[in-house]
Design a protein. Structure first.
Length: 243
């Protein structure tokens, strides 16, 4: 019975040696995993995310090694369950979960990096198992999502009727003035939360969720335009949209 790995176009092009577990195939798989993981890790490092170059390389390489060990064990026992690969996926998932942080502005950071780290580990499993084509296609899809989709996402968010701002007022008494101004502009306040990270600092800091309710604003005003207009108010010390 032919191995299913021989159906991989890249494996067929390289030859049977790339399908079997040997010194050359192990070297190729680890080298390929390191190259792909480093490209994703560099993109995250440049943007100063918590999980960077080394984290992505180590997680992906460990996953590839796990897959190769499982292949050897299953081949030796003529069957079995890829337990080590499963454990590797769980470990990378736990590691990626630790990269999710809460900032002082009540923002959740690291979700994309966390998901990317987990996906990179899965790609390592694919290449470690000899599925070169699947691994490379998955890598291309992942790097496209991480590097290109943020631009589209930013456009969609800036045109959304809902947005949230980080607001710093000169004192707490100005909050009512801010609410009044917002309502006059045709905006609806959904929620206002005092930011506990700035307690006892002398600053009046809030997270404000708003909805654009007026038709003209929906059609012609971007979030950046609205925030720029609010920034001109004397009692606002600082305001910016929470991404």
């Amino acid at each position: 019975m032919a191995s299913p790995f021989l159906e991989d176009p890249i494996a067929e092009l390289l030859g049977k040696w790339s399908v079997d577990i040997n010194t050359y195939s192990v070297t190729l798989r680890i080298f390929l995993v390191i190259i792909l993981a480093s490209l994703i890790g560099c993109e995250r490092s440049v943007k100063r995310h918590s999980a960077g170059l080394r984290t992505f390389i180590i997680a992906s390489t460990a996953s590839a090694i796990s897959a190769m060990i499982d292949v050897c064990i299953i081949a030796a026992n003529k069957g079995g369950i890829p337990i080590i690969s499963a454990a590797s996926v769980v470990s990378v998932a736990m590691l990626s979960g630790n990269s999710i942080l809460f900032s002082s502005r009540s923002q959740i950071k690291g979700l994309t990096t966390s998901a990317g780290l987990w996906a990179c580990g899965v790609i390592g499993l694919a290449i470690g198992g000899g599925l070169y084509t699947l691994g490379l296609i998955s890598f291309a899809a992942l790097i496209f999502c991480i590097s290109q989709l943020p631009k589209t996402e930013a456009i969609l968010k800036d045109r959304s009727n809902h947005f949230e701002v980080h607001l710093e007022l000169r004192n707490s008494y100005n909050l009512q003035d801010f609410v009044t101004t917002i309502r006059r502009l045709g905006l609806k306040i959904d929620d206002i939360e005092s930011n506990p990270a700035y307690a006892n600092s002398g600053l009046s800091v809030y997270s404000v969720s708003m909805t654009i309710s007026e038709r003209d604003f929906k059609q012609y005003k971007k979030h950046s335009d609205i925030i720029e207009a609010l920034r001109s108010l004397d009692y606002i010390q600082h305001i910016e949209e929470m991404k």
